[in-house]
Design a protein around this ligand. Structure first.
Ligand code: GLY
Length: 316
């Protein structure tokens, strides 16, 4: 059966969290637009949704103002430990209703410039889903993914903020989070990718939702989702899996709002989510102070937004 060409779209987030310093906004905006342009280029040239979300997230990982890759938040020991994951749902050849679904993830890696690339290598080069530690780094070497010294990923800004936080309150507190992207390409493949340095005040060895398929990242025949925010609450809610499942009954905009509202009531947690469905429709919502979103679709082109929180967020 021939499959109709899908509407192409891409949505990225730069993390939900506290409203960051105003003077950083222009540079964060530039960074997000550069990331969306990288993903949009892939889709415009007929590339895959997976290539598009990875290209988008790599740009955000390389940018020092986003909490992923270079510029990641530091744990209480003052070290970088990063989580990342990817998931992709590809229409099966000649079977319009079937999708092949694959995923890969890494947790608490310290020596990889682009953890999202390593998560993809886990998916494509191994029989496993989630890898950590020396084995993950060995895979990076084998897959030709750049390794570096752990200190090279610590930006002066991240070090300064860590010192201030540790002096103030033992390291805890709100901050801009995780980056991620979801996309659908012209052949109907849907993909999600998420990458993070974690949350402020995290202990060495703590793993968040961005490494957990179903929590921080999910894709299947209905759509794809990527989350940001308080990982513990997102994992307990299996947020992205639940949101994508709800696309069977509703549109991405409503699903995103309900997914975030479902976290507010029982746990008082702060989180955000971006979603794309198989018709190329998008949705995003959060209940933190601020969430930055970048969007590309073939009708409206590229744009960047600071999304207002849902009302009813804790403390408002
Ligand atoms: N959502 C990022 C984390 O909890 O690590």
């Amino acid at each position: 059966m021939t499959r109709r060409a899908s509407e192409v779209s891409l949505v990225a987030h730069g993390g939900a969290g506290a409203v960051g310093p105003r003077e950083e906004r222009p540079e964060r905006r530039r960074g997000m637009l550069e990331a969306i342009r990288a993903g949009a280029r892939v889709l415009r040239q007929g590339g895959s949704a997976l290539d598009a979300v990875v290209a988008t997230v790599v740009v955000l990982e390389d940018h020092p103002l986003f909490n992923a890759g270079y510029g990641s938040l530091l744990n209480t020991d003052g070290a970088v430990e990063m989580d990342a994951s990817v998931m992709v749902a590809t229409p099966a050849e000649n079977q319009a209703a079937r999708f092949d679904v694959k995923a890969g993830a890494v947790a608490a890696v310290s020596r990889v410039r682009n953890p999202v690339r390593l998560a993809r290598a886990v998916m494509e080069n191994t029989r496993h889903l989630l890898m950590v530690g020396r084995g993950a780094e060995r895979l990076a070497r084998r897959a030709g993914i750049e390794l570096c010294r752990a200190e090279e990923l610590i930006s002066p800004r991240a070090r300064k903020r860590w010192r201030e936080r540790m002096a103030r309150q033992g390291g805890a507190g709100a901050a801009h989070g995780t980056v991620g992207a979801v996309a659908i390409d012209a052949r109907g493949q849907m993909a999600a990718a998420t990458s993070t340095g974690g949350v402020p005040g995290k202990m060495p060895g703590r793993v968040g939702d961005s490494a957990i398929i179903g929590a921080g990242t999910f894709a299947d025949s209905l759509g794809a989702a990527s989350a940001t925010g308080e990982g513990e609450a997102i994992i307990m809610a299996t947020l992205c899996r639940a949101a994508v499942g709800a696309l069977a009954r509703s549109n991405p905009e409503r699903v995103a709002r309900r997914a975030i509202a479902s976290l507010i009531a029982p746990r008082g947690a702060e989180a955000g989510i971006v979603i794309v469905d198989r018709r190329g429709r998008i949705g995003y919502a959060h209940n933190a102070g601020s969430m930055q979103v970048g969007i590309y679709d073939s009708r409206a082109g590229i744009r960047q937004l600071w999304v207002e929180p849902l009302t009813g967020r804790p403390g408002s």
